[in-house]
Design a protein around this ligand. Structure first.
Ligand code: ZN
Ligand code: ZN
Length: 258
């Protein structure tokens, strides 16, 4: 049986409020053995932990998304730190990073909250989930300055080219491939997927966003990670079983899961 690991989902989002049990059943039937549900602000981080506490195969990450950075004052950050220490179900800090594509928060706020969360990840000794859109140079510079290799982490929903991928690997991070690798216009992703060492590649859905080819325009969900895994295996020229086993093992190692 194929064993898959969804390293980045937002299962506690309202899109899943009415049928989450069915979504989780389909995920398990598709071979998804573990999921990490990711917070984007204080409220959703709290919800992520609450959901993880109810399911042995769900873990949580707590953090402030760059879109929400402007609203994250001292009290909010203190609460994120409290949540990060509140339960062993919290396996990572994030998602955090820089998003200069939508710029929903001013760049200064994004950088402040990103650096603070990298500090938190060092204090609590948990890996970091990095979101980066149209901000590769700035994100890589901050990750290097904040010595991210001490905790490790994931560059999630990777959207860079081979050069950026090499620099991310040099920082000691893993690269997570999401649904866009299945699109006809996958840009540099096929090349990136081929160059990644087997212990540095993980996969994700980022659901409810970014459904793979065949489900575009619909709500994404963890069971669809099978489509992404199949494409990654095809690009690497290896059996799906092997891709599944290696990406799952890499994720378990990073998050300290048995
Ligand atoms: Zn993201
Ligand atoms: Zn996300």
């Amino acid at each position: 049986m194929t064993e898959l690991f969804d390293t980045h989902a937002h299962l506690h989002f309202p899109e899943f409020a009415t049928d989450l049990d069915a979504v989780l059943e389909r995920a398990r039937a598709a071979g998804v053995r573990h999921m990490v549900t990711i917070g984007t602000d204080v409220e959703t981080s709290r919800a992520a932990i609450e959901l993880a506490l109810q399911h042995p195969d769900i873990s949580a990450a707590v953090g402030v998304h760059p879109h929400e950075a402007a609203g994250a004052g001292e009290d909010a950050l203190a609460e994120i730190e409290r949540l990060a220490r509140s339960s062993p179900k919290v396996v990572a800090i994030g998602e955090t990073g820089l998003d200069f594509f939508r710029n929903l928060s001013p760049r200064e706020s994004q950088e402040r909250v990103f650096r603070w969360q990298l500090g938190l990840s060092r204090r609590v000794e948990k890996p970091v989930i990095v979101h980066c859109r149209d901000a590769h140079a700035e994100t890589l510079a901050i990750l290097a300055e904040e010595d991210v290799s001490r905790t490790g982490g994931i560059m999630h929903c990777f959207s860079g080219d081979a050069d950026v991928a090499h620099r991310v690997l040099d920082l000691g991070l893993m690269i997570s491939i999401a649904g866009p690798v299945t699109y006809p216009n996958a840009r540099a992703l096929p090349e990136v997927v081929r160059l990644l060492p087997k212990d540095r590649l993980v996969i994700e859905t980022d659901c409810p966003f970014l459904p793979p080819q065949g489900y575009r325009g619909k709500r994404n969900e963890p069971s669809y990670i099978a489509v992404t895994a199949a494409r990654v295996a095809e690009l690497r020229g290896e059996p799906l079983e092997l891709t599944a086993e290696q990406t799952t093992a890499a994720a378990r190692r990073l998050f300290g899961l048995p």
